[in-house]
Design a binder for this molecule. Structure first.
Ligand code: SAH
Ligand code: SF4
Ligand code: F3S
Length: 496
């Protein structure tokens, strides 16, 4: 009898706690973040969400129920900028229906255009630049208190940044981004990044490591370290080198995989190449943007390497790390790019045999010097060149994917895709997806448990046999859960 009473009282207490929690959740303000642009913007959006928690905001995926909408913008190409203004157009209509809605614009277009955004789109309450993140809580509080049409695009004269970013809980997501440095000092002539992100500045290694440790406690198994040119990490500040930082991250217990992006070819060091070979958690995938295969164009782009120098580096990497996957970025239709120059780019793609590539149509950016270069290429010609690069690469990727059929791959499980209702023994299975160390996506079926819940959780390492190859992914069959642990040389042995 007493036990029953105890149990009843416990149940009542729990129900009251749930009611309180629900009341708390429904009284919290709803924050919707729309992110355009690169992984650094994705990372910054996480920071924005964390910075606004103390003001009583929680993230919502429902645009219509938001009290505050933050648009985190990208200025890299004209198309990215157009996306910002077309989204703001939608928000203006929403705000006409709901006067209490507040709208803030951050990121690279905010930095670039500042108050001009307010003039162009009157629905916007706040514009905050790329160096105003830490001031965001104050700015949002001012908007809540009635301030209208605020702009903060101030940039610090000092190149040092406060590297103690707020911790972001992502409820067990296995793969996370960590910005290790901000800004860029390279001034490639087509690129807006140095103007909108400011001078290059690195975070102290201790801050990076404590953030990664916290992420591992929150369920992360893979981190991707981010910077516009990670090779120059810490050089200005006299912190450790990037290769040394990788060694320290490699020693984080509970972490299974490390990736990073981006490396500038001119600064790629032997020490960094050796990290792929010697540090067990560093995945064998290097993104090394070449942009063009013609020396004349590389010079006009201010890339500060030659085609031969780039190809020599590729040879060296492949000699030291034969299993490495290589990817790149290419710009087609840079001002003055003649037919012969473009042929050299195609020829370089054929020579290197990348695992994948991103190709972009050159786009004038008003602050970047190339916007004022003569001999612009027609839109039609640029589109045709883009198609040629993509077609060439598609054949290469497909052949490389086909060569993997029959091999065994270790995947980090990322999640489930749609329910599979295939005939035969696969009916009732769930489709999972995960990535190989070389960053290829593999889909594979696995069973559900008695409660029809997936048996594999994101973050597990599994082994699959590759059975099918497509243009952009692979299909596998599950061989074992908890793949044998890869021993981290110079670090600790890691569990998934
Ligand atoms: N810091 C990285 C890349 C940053 S931007 C690096 O140096 O590789 C990502 C890619 O966008 C670039 O590699 C380039 O291929 C492309 N890009 C940058 N500016 C561009 C422009 N004005 N037009 C078209 N593509 C551009
Ligand atoms: Fe832009 Fe060049 Fe810096 Fe990359 S290295 S962000 S392309 S200026
Ligand atoms: Fe775009 Fe800014 Fe990233 S311009 S690519 S969001 S650094």
């Amino acid at each position: 009898m007493r036990i029953d009473e105890c149990r009843r009282s416990r149940i009542l207490k729990r129900e009251a706690a749930v009611r309180d929690a629900n009341r708390f959740v429904t009284t919290m303000k709803q924050l919707y973040i729309h992110t355009i642009g690169c992984q650094m913007n994705v990372y910054d959006s996480g920071q924005i969400a964390a910075l606004l928690v103390p003001l009583g905001y929680r993230l919502t995926s429902q645009l219509a129920s938001a009290d505050l909408i933050v648009v985190n913008t990208c200025a890299i190409r004209a198309k990215a900028e157009q996306k910002v203004f077309s989204f703001l157009g939608r928000l203006a209509a929403l705000k006409r229906r709901r006067k209490t809605l507040r709208i803030a614009v951050g990121g690279c277009v905010a930095q670039q255009q500042g108050a001009a955004i307010l003039a162009r789109q009157p629905c916007v309450d706040l514009v905050f630049g790329t160096q105003a993140l830490q001031r965001l809580p104050r700015l949002v509080a001012a908007v809540e208190a009635g301030a209208r049409r605020l702009t903060d695009t101030e940039t610090a004269a000092a190149t040092q940044i406060d590297g103690r970013f707020p911790a972001v809980a992502r409820g067990g997501a296995p793969s996370r981004f960590v910005t290790v440095m901000r800004g860029c000092d390279n001034y490639c002539t087509y690129c807006v990044v140095p103007y909108v992100r400011g001078r290059e500045a690195s975070r102290p290694p201790e801050h990076i490591l404590s953030e990664i440790n916290a992420m591992v406690v929150d369920g992360a198994r893979e981190v991707t370290l981010l910077g516009q040119n990670v090779n120059s990490y810490g050089l200005k500040e006299g912190w450790c080198s990037f290769a040394e930082l990788l060694a320290r991250v490699n020693a984080v217990e509970g972490l299974s995989r490390i990736r990073f992006t981006t490396s500038h070819p001119k600064d790629l060091s032997d020490a960094l190449i050796a990290a792929f070979r010697d540090l067990g958690k560093v995945c064998p995938h290097l993104h090394l943007p070449v942009q063009s295969g013609a020396d004349r164009i590389l010079k006009k782009m201010n890339r500060r390497y030659t085609r031969d120098g780039y190809l020599r580096k590729i040879e060296r990497i492949r000699r030291m790390v034969p299993e490495i996957a290589l990817t790149t970025d290419i710009i087609v239709g840079f001002p003055g790019e003649g037919r012969a120059d473009f042929e050299k780019t195609l020829d370089l793609v054929r020579t290197v045999q990348y695992d994948a590539l991103f190709a972009f149509i050159y786009s004038d950016r008003p602050q970047a010097p190339a916007a004022r270069f003569a001999e612009k290429i027609s839109e039609e010609e640029k589109k045709d060149r883009l198609r040629q690069v993509l077609d060439l690469q598609e054949g290469i990727t497909r052949r490389k994917n086909e060569a993997l059929v029959g091999t065994t791959q270790t995947l980090l499980v990322e999640g489930t895709s749609k329910r599979k209702d295939a005939p035969g023994d696969e009916s009732g299975l769930v489709q999972y997806h995960g990535r190989t160390p070389t960053n290829r996506i593999v889909h594979f079926p696995a069973p559900v448990d008695a409660g029809l819940q997936p048996v594999l959780v994101p973050g597990l390492l599994v082994e699959v046999r590759i059975e099918g190859a497509y243009a952009h992914s692979l299909r596998g069959r599950l061989l074992s859960i908890q793949a044998p642990l890869k021993r981290a040389k110079g670090g600790t042995c890691h569990a998934a």
